[in-house]
Design a protein around this ligand. Structure first.
Ligand code: SF4
Ligand code: SF4
Length: 440
């Protein structure tokens, strides 16, 4: 039985641009720029220097703590290790690689047979996933090995998130249609690690083809169910997906493991299959490059470190973009420098025209309360914004702003175009700064 979460909105899906197009392999660029910050937590320290030769799948960055290693997506020579613009809007240390187009494979990349995989213990599987540099590929970028090791003994329900509720984005839809067996295989590895006999794949019912293909690839006795959920944004958000499938509510400030659940993106499941069976670390992913002014919208299999400029060049656009977003129109981050490159968490580049310009000069809240009705986290966006305007950090905390998942439902529904989500990002930063000990 599917539960319906509170709030949410129904934005125009605009998935028709790419959902029925086969994923194309993007031609490898001559130069790849791989940022050393690709996960929530600690950035990697570069393990290579200018002039070093590198191979496909070679580890080029790593660190202790909450961190996943980073690997080269091409073979060639390191041109530079330097600060470069990043798709989060900052500058980060990056490894710049001149591609030799020889695709020389790193000697550590070795496939395993089913018998070899069967012989691996849960912790050995977690170590392989750690070494493969896996992170949450739906955008959260939480290191996968940490989620797995932290969930052993606590998790009784594992869910693959194929919800993909953001408008325009169809990367996971295509992945499930083109690689259903690998997604299912990755889920089985997770089930083995957690010692579970059952697993779920949560997917919105606006992807009938993917649902059909996934179901037809299941074998009786797999213990896996494909749960088709009503399309409503943000059905693909972790807490909303858990509620929709299990009826369990993750408590404020809590993690899914607090209610016995663990959620992994469909692309992460496929990446788990790849590293466990093929020995291939996370070096590429499917990216939807779409938008209302794009001439040839596509899903592209892209090496990590490909510039947004190259991606825009591959699809073309009919007018000067108003906005280029890393991600979709609801949660994406606007880019001001298109030399930024794809990272493990980038599932889409969305290019929008000027008809999407809604900014108003004199922003005035109408006190209509629509934002409250839309918030799937049961928050009061109007009061959060008021506390922000007042610079009231205690008020921000009291409003549970840290529970905001930045889904954009409030901003989408606001008739006065109040820049709510932008404000909440600033507000969260204020709360974090206030929690820092004062510098002497
Ligand atoms: S962006 Fe935050 S406040 Fe706005 S609807 Fe989403 S969770 Fe609620
Ligand atoms: S929806 Fe917009 S105008 Fe209405 S109360 Fe919320 S912030 Fe104010």
């Amino acid at each position: 039985m599917a539960f319906s979460f509170f709030g949410g909105v129904h934005p125009k899906e605009n998935k028709f641009y790419t959902c029925d197009k086969q994923t194309e392999v993007f031609p490898e660029p001559d130069v790849i720029v791989i940022p050393m910050s690709q996960n929530i937590g600690a950035p990697c320290m570069p393990l290579v220097k200018k002039g070093d030769p590198v191979t496909v799948g070679q580890k080029i960055g790593d660190n202790q703590g909450l961190c996943a290693p980073i690997h080269s997506s091409v073979s060639g020579t390191v041109k530079a290790v330097e600060m470069r613009p990043h798709n989060t809007g900052t500058n980060v240390m990056s490894v710049v690689i001149q591609n030799d187009h020889l695709d020389t494979l790193c000697e550590t990349v070795k496939p395993r047979t089913q018998e070899e995989v069967d012989a691996l213990s849960p912790m050995e599987l977690v170590d392989i996933i750690h070494e493969g540099g896996l992170v949450g590929m739906g955008g959260a970028t939480f290191p996968t090995h940490v989620k797995l090791s932290g969930g052993i003994g606590k998790v009784d329900t594992v869910i693959i998130n194929a919800g993909e509720c953001e408008p325009y984005i169809t990367a996971d839809d295509r992945l499930c249609r083109e690689h259903p067996d690998e997604v299912i295989s990755g889920l089985k590895v997770i089930m083995k690690i957690f010692g579970l006999k059952e697993g779920h794949i949560g997917i919105e019912d606006n992807k009938p083809e993917a649902i059909k293909i996934l179901k037809s690839n299941l074998i009786n006795g797999d213990g896996i169910s494909v749960d088709a959920l009503p399309a409503k944004y943000p059905q693909g958000a972790e807490k909303q997906l858990i509620y929709a499938i299990t009826g369990r509510e993750v408590p404020s400030g809590g993690l899914p493991a607090a209610v016995g659940c663990a959620v992994f993106n469909a692309a992460t499941a496929k990446a788990i299959h790849d590293v466990v069976y093929k020995g291939m670390p996370l070096i590429s992913r499917i990216v939807t490059v779409s938008g209302d002014i794009v001439m040839e919208p596509k899903n592209l299999l892209v090496p990590i470190g490909t510039s947004f400029d190259d991606l825009l060049g591959a699809v073309g656009h009919s007018e000067n973009p108003y906005k280029v977003l890393s991600g979709g129109p609801m949660m994406g981050v606007a880019q001001y420098d298109l030399s930024v490159t794809t990272t493990k968490g980038v599932n889409a580049v969305t290019i929008l025209g000027h008809k999407n310009r809604y900014a108003v000069e004199d922003v005035r809240c109408l006190r209509c309360g629509k934002c409250i009705d839309a918030c799937p986290m049961h928050l009061m966006p109007v009061l959060m914004y008021k506390a922000l305007q007042d610079g009231d950090v205690d008020g921000l905390k009291a409003s549970n702003m840290m529970d905001c998942i930045e889904c954009g439902c409030c901003a989408y529904t606001c008739p006065a175009s109040v820049p709510l989500v932008h404000g909440f990002r600033v507000g969260k930063q204020l709360i974090r700064s206030a929690a820092q000990p004062a510098k002497k």
